[in-house]
Design a protein around this ligand. Sequence first.
Ligand SMILES: [Zn+2]
Length: 134
Amino acid sequence: MSRLHIVKLTCPHCQAENKSAVWDSINAQLNPQAKEQLLEGKINILTCSRCGVSSPIDAPLLYHDMEKEFGVEYYPFKSINDDNFLAGFNADGSLKPDDKLPIDVKQHYLFQPHYVFSMDELVRYILFRDKLAE
Ligand SMILES: [Zn+2]
């Protein structure tokens, strides 16, 4: 599963209304092209149709790789001030298990993603995991 939506965004540079593609998850096997763009820093970037300035779109993004069996999830750093976000974690930084899920599903890599708070770190973590699998 990969998910892409089109959303209306205001350019932070000139305040023009734009429509832009926003990914909230990328599957390495199903969307190799989106993976390439992500590694080139071209995912979740608003390029303004009026002034042409590119700005990052601060949206959460889950990347997952079914072959290497890992997930890494970016959250905007401001999320650490959001009590609802924090409520999903244990004190050691692990994700709180969803009691509705069976134990073998809870242990699945997709339910234990590596969390990062910058898009650069997301890309670096993917490169790190890809290197380990070479
Ligand atoms: Zn603009």
